[in-house]
Write a protein that binds this ligand. Structure first.
Ligand SMILES: Nc1ncnc2c1ncn2[C@@H]1O[C@H](COP(=O)(O)OP(=O)(O)OP(=O)(O)O)[C@@H](O)[C@H]1O
Ligand SMILES: [Mg+2]
Length: 351
């Protein structure tokens, strides 16, 4: 159940909810590095500026801003921004997620307990159950919710007026949101992968907070292999620190970064195990494609959704995979990266 508490506390709670299975220490480390205010948030210039305006205008008017939808691949800062929105508005945030809301009643309970001006963070909003979705439309547009009181024949639906509040929805799959839901967000921010300079800034900031003397060439090396993702940059920084403390003399220089990244099998492009498995399957099992997403996912033992939201956006951005109407295909760059020769009949695409 959601709770009203400080943004930092809630961020930690949320981490516990959304990254079940990860080590506690990793989660705590991630929460500690979350920027708390918009000015600390690195990169995403467009979203930062537009969102900044929405928030400033709302504060000046003394009213809750429009509902905000944040979309983009994992680890780019959606949850972080949701917490920042509440902090900038000087309000509390309640956290819940699509999978946690399976019945309309779950959502009605959350909505009817909201206080004026609060932020309701709905993570993985694309996974909210259909009946709850309808209730959400009405609540977002008319600030009204019908709650059922009593049971069986004596049950009664009572219309409750809600105080003004702001929904911040986050999704890795904006395309799955039904149009009526998407339309109820007054502002939509799409987070893009970060470039190497921005990741270097993320790393420098994190190193400062952790009290580490991260040499610039080491930051450059880690940034380059972080898959355009701050979460990965911070994780690799911790792994490099581990290596430097255990195998090295504690110095965080380029040599330490390279050695550590080699131990953790992070390649020159920062591809991880799943990325590499997808590319291998695409080229070795399917001769470079075209192959359907589901078939490709089965070949690497993952859910199609995971391949589509976690691996594919980065691979496509890097020109390592192409999407065609007939399926996913390898590019010239894919074959080069795997150090393989494409078969004679392999589809030729940009690369
Ligand atoms: N713009 C940024 N500047 C600095 N650090 C960032 C930024 N964006 C993200 N981070 C760091 O990356 C971590 C992951 O970000 P966050 O949890 O907000 O991602 P997310 O988009 O919610 O991911 P998911 O889709 O998996 O929920 C944060 O703990 C934070 O430390
Ligand atoms: Mg998140």
């Amino acid at each position: 159940m959601p709770c009203a508490c400080s943004a930092a506390r809630v961020a930690e709670d949320l981490d516990r909810l959304v990254s079940a299975g990860a080590e506690d220490a990793e989660r705590a480390a991630e929460a500690a590095l979350r920027p708390k205010r918009l000015e600390e948030f690195v990169g995403q210039r467009v979203v930062r500026e537009q969102l900044g305006l929405v928030l400033e205008a709302a504060v000046a008017r003394g009213r809750a801003p429009d509902h905000v939808l944040l979309s983009g691949p994992p680890g780019l800062g959606k949850t972080t921004l949701a917490m920042i929105i509440a902090a900038e508005l000087g309000t509390t945030v309640r956290v819940t997620s699509g999978p946690a809301i399976q019945h309309a009643g779950d959502l009605a309970a959350v909505l009817s307990s909201l206080e004026e001006g609060e932020v309701l963070f709905l993570d993985e909003i694309h996974r909210i159950a259909r009946p709850a979705e309808e209730l959400l439309y009405v609540a977002m547009e008319d600030f009204r919710v019908d709650v059922v009181v009593g049971k069986g024949a004596g049950a009664n639906a009572i219309g409750l007026t809600l105080p003004p509040f702001t929904v911040v929805g986050a999704t890795t799959r904006a395309g799955l949101l039904p149009a009526p839901l998407r339309d109820r967000f007054g502002f939509t921010g799409h987070l893009e992968f970060y470039d190497d300079d921005e990741l270097e800034q993320v790393l420098t900031r994190s190193a400062r907070l952790l009290g580490l003397d991260l040499h610039r060439p080491a930051a450059v090396e880690i940034a380059r292999r972080s898959r355009g993702t701050p979460r990965i940059a911070n994780r690799l920084l911790r792994r490099v620190r581990d290596w430097a403390e255990v195998r090295g003399d504690g110095t965080l220089d380029r040599a330490a970064a390279r050695s550590a990244l080699e131990v953790y099998e992070v390649d020159e492009l920062g591809l991880d195990r799943l990325d590499r498995a997808v590319l291998q399957a695409l080229c070795v099992r399917f001769g470079g494609g075209p192959v359907g997403l589901t078939t490709l996912a089965v070949a690497v033992g993952e859910e199609p959704e995971t391949v589509e939201t976690v691996a594919e956006p980065f691979l496509v951005r890097e020109g390592l995979m192409g999407r065609t109407p007939r399926g996913r295909v390898a590019t010239t760059r894919t074959w080069q990266h795997l150090r393989m020769r494409p078969p004679e009949n392999a589809p030729t695409l940009f690369g």
